[in-house]
Design a protein around this ligand. Structure first.
Ligand SMILES: [Cu+2]
Length: 119
């Protein structure tokens, strides 16, 4: 068999395989990945990628907070809190199921972390 003929045969086989796949039930839709928000607190100053994070209602949100001092992270509205130990990342994961704009702050440093907007 010539090299060209081998390639043609392979291509035909690939087409057949593709047609076979099309007759199957569609694969279940993969769940949307969590919207991640990283928050770093150093010397009482907050760093985040954006002062307002917008997500669609129903999405899973994962907030990762690391502070160089003991603090308490609080997301208003959803009323979720994270007790932070110095240098130990804390993770808050939840489904954003209520629409609105919610403030996230750090209680001890008094700093505002960001606003979460759920559409
Ligand atoms: Cu608060």
């Amino acid at each position: 068999m010539s090299r060209r003929r081998v390639l043609a045969t392979t291509a035909a086989a690939a087409l057949l395989t593709a047609a076979g796949c099309g007759s199957k039930a569609p694969a279940p839709r993969a769940a949307a990945p969590a919207v991640k928000v990283a928050v770093t607190v150093t010397g009482g100053k907050v760093r985040t990628a954006s002062p307002r994070v917008t997500v669609r209602r129903g999405r899973t949100v994962e907030i990762d907070v690391t502070s160089d001092a003991a603090d308490e992270f609080h997301l208003h509205g959803y009323d979720r809190e994270l007790e932070l130990k110095p240098g130990v990342p804390g993770v808050l994961r939840f489904v954003a199921d209520q629409p609105g704009v919610f403030e996230a702050e750090l209680h001890k440093s008094g700093a505002r972390a960001f606003e979460l907007q759920v559409d």
